[in-house]
Ligand binder design. Structure first.
Ligand SMILES: CC(C)(COP(=O)(O)OP(=O)(O)OC[C@H]1O[C@@H](n2cnc3c(N)ncnc32)[C@H](O)[C@@H]1OP(=O)(O)O)[C@@H](O)C(=O)NCCC(=O)NCCS
Length: 403
C-alpha cells in the first residue's frame, strides 16, 4: 500500500472508481461534481492550474500492483461560525474498490486527510455520511438536525395579508440571492459561505424551481428553491433576510394551493416556522444531518465567541485517535469573549471527553449541560462545571450543501 496525493495520470482510475462506487449519483451528487473537476482535461493555463489545485486535495492509495484502490477528497470551503467565518475541509468521494475493501485503506486515507487539513490550517471539517458509525471511528460526529414540516396549504392562508412582489430567480439575481443566502447562513454554525457562481450551479444541477421576493429597497429579500411533485411542494432551500420576507414566501407557497395540498418544508431543528402557524398538530419528521469534526482544538476554540463577562479556567482532557495534536490535557482560559487553549502536563483534568463530543460542543449542536447530563463526558472536578456550561451553549447549526 502506498498513500499519496493523486497525480494527473490517476484521473482515469479515479473516474472509473467514482462511477463504480456512486452509480446512482451520476450528474447530481457532489461526488460527480468532484469527479468532473478531476476529469477536466487542461485546455489552457488557467484550467491546468485549477486541475493541479484539485489534485493537491485528493488522496489515494496505490496498491502493490499499481492500481488505485481507495480515494478521499478534501474540498476546501469557508463556513459561517459564531458571527465570523472559518476555513472548513469538506470530505467527499470516499471510495474503495470492492476487491480492496475491509483492508483499512480508507481509514488510513481519512487519517491522512486530517493531517493535510491540520498542515494547511483548517480547523473544522464536515461530511455527509453513508454510515454514522463508520465516520465516528475517525472522530466525526453528527452536527446537524433537520425538521421536515408537513404543512397543509390551508394553514398558509394565515399569511394572506403578506403580499409581496414575487420574481422568478433568474441568473441576473444570483448575486443578490447569494447575499440573502449568506446573511441567512451567518446565523448557523457550519453553513457554507457561497458566491453567485456556486448558487447558480447548485440550483441548476438539482433541477429545482426558484422564486424570490423583493424588499422595500427593490432588492431580493428572500427566495425559495423547490419541487412540485405529487400534489406537494418540497422545499429545503428557504432563505430570507427578515421576517417580512419569510411571511411573504409562506404566502407565495399558498398561491400554489391549486397545484399542491401540502408544503413539505425542511428547516434546521432550531427554526421557528411552526410557531408562526395557527395549529400545532403539524406532522414533523426529524432527520439527522451531516457530521462535523474539530480538526484543530486550539484554533477551533479560539474562533468561538463566548459571553464577554465570562472569566476563569478549566482543564479538559481530549481523546483523539486519529489526530495526535489534539490529544491530551488542555488548559482553557475564558476572558474578553474569547477562549485560549494551551497544553498542560502539570494540571489534572477537570473533565474528560472524546473529540467527537468536543466537536458537537464547539459547533453548538449540543450544550455542555446536555453532554454532561446524558453521561457523554466525565466530570472529575465539579467546581469548573458552571463556567464550562456557560462557555458551551447550544447554538443553531445547519449545512445545506452536502459535498
Ligand atoms: C464505505 C467504503 C468507502 C469502505 O471502504 P473500505 O476499504 O472497506 O474501508 P476500510 O477497510 O478502511 O474500513 C475499515 C473499517 O470500516 C468498517 N467498515 C467498512 N465498511 C463498512 C460499512 N459499510 N459500514 C460500517 N462500517 C464499515 C470496517 O469494519 C472497519 O472497521 P474496524 O477497523 O473497526 O474493523 C466502501 O465500502 C465504498 O467505497 N463504498 C461505496 C461508496 C460509499 O458508500 N462511500 C461512502 C460515501 S459517504
Amino acid at each position: 500500500m502506498s498513500f499519496r496525493f493523486a497525480r494527473a495520470e490517476d484521473k482515469q482510475s479515479i473516474m472509473e472508481m467514482m462511477a463504480y462506487c456512486f452509480p446512482d449519483y451520476q450528474n447530481t451528487a457532489p461526488e460527480s461534481r468532484m469527479a468532473e473537476s478531476v476529469q477536466v482535461e487542461p485546455e489552457n493555463e488557467e484550467r491546468r492550474k485549477a486541475s493541479e489545485e484539485v489534485l493537491r486535495w485528493v488522496l489515494v492509495n496505490e496498491e502493490a500492483n499499481g492500481k488505485i484502490g481507495q480515494h478521499v477528497m478534501i474540498v476546501p470551503l469557508t463556513v459561517h461560525f459564531d458571527g465570523g467565518t472559518l476555513p472548513m475541509g469538506g470530505i467527499g468521494g470516499v471510495a474503495s474498490l470492492p476487491e480492496y475493501r475491509y483492508g483499512g485503506g480508507v481509514m488510513e486515507l481519512m487519517r491522512q486527510s486530517l493531517q493535510v487539513m491540520h498542515d494547511r490550517g483548517i480547523p473544522l471539517s464536515e461530511l455527509a455520511p453513508f454510515s454514522y458509525e463508520f465516520y465516528r471511528k475517525c472522530g466525526w460526529e453528527c452536527g446537524f438536525r433537520w425538521h421536515e414540516l408537513s404543512i397543509p396549504m390551508k394553514e398558509l392562508t394565515l399569511f394572506k395579508a403578506d403580499k409581496g412582489t414575487f420574481v422568478p430567480l433568474t441568473d441576473a439575481l444570483m448575486e443578490q440571492a447569494a447575499d440573502v443566502r449568506n446573511l441567512h447562513g451567518s446565523h448557523f454554525n457550519g453553513a457554507e459561505q457561497i458566491d453567485a457562481g456556486k448558487m447558480k450551479d447548485s440550483f441548476q444541477e438539482k433541477g429545482l424551481l426558484g422564486y424570490g421576493v423583493l424588499g422595500g429597497d427593490g432588492r431580493l429579500s428572500g427566495y425559495a428553491l423547490y419541487k412540485l411533485k405529487e400534489h406537494a411542494i418540497h422545499c429545503r432551500d428557504f432563505f430570507y433576510r427578515d421576517i417580512t420576507a419569510k411571511r411573504q414566501l409562506l404566502h407565495f407557497f399558498n398561491r400554489h394551493n391549486s397545484q399542491a395540498e401540502i408544503l413539505r418544508l425542511t428547516v434546521p431543528e432550531t427554526d421557528t416556522t411552526q410557531h408562526l402557524l395557527g395549529n400545532q398538530y403539524l406532522d414533523v419528521k426529524s432527520q439527522s444531518g451531516m457530521m462535523v469534526r474539530v480538526v484543530e482544538v486550539r484554533q477551533a476554540l479560539a474562533a468561538m465567541r463566548i459571553g464577554a463577562a465570562l472569566t476563569g479556567t478549566f482543564v479538559m482532557q481530549v481523546s483523539d485517535e486519529m489526530a495526535p495534536w489534539n490529544r491530551g490535557n488542555w488548559l482553557v482560559t475564558a476572558s474578553n469573549g474569547h477562549l485560549d487553549a494551551v497544553r498542560t502536563e502539570e494540571k489534572e483534568p477537570d473533565c474528560v471527553m472524546a473529540i467527537q463530543r468536543l466537536s458537537q460542543l464547539v459547533y453548538g449542536f449540543l450544550s455542555g449541560q446536555d453532554v454532561a447530563e446524558s453521561g457523554m463526558m466525565t466530570w472529575r472536578t465539579e467546581a469548573a462545571r458552571p463556567l464550562f456550561d456557560k462557555v458551551f451553549q447550544k447554538r443553531p447549526t445547519a449545512q445545506w450543501i452536502p459535498f
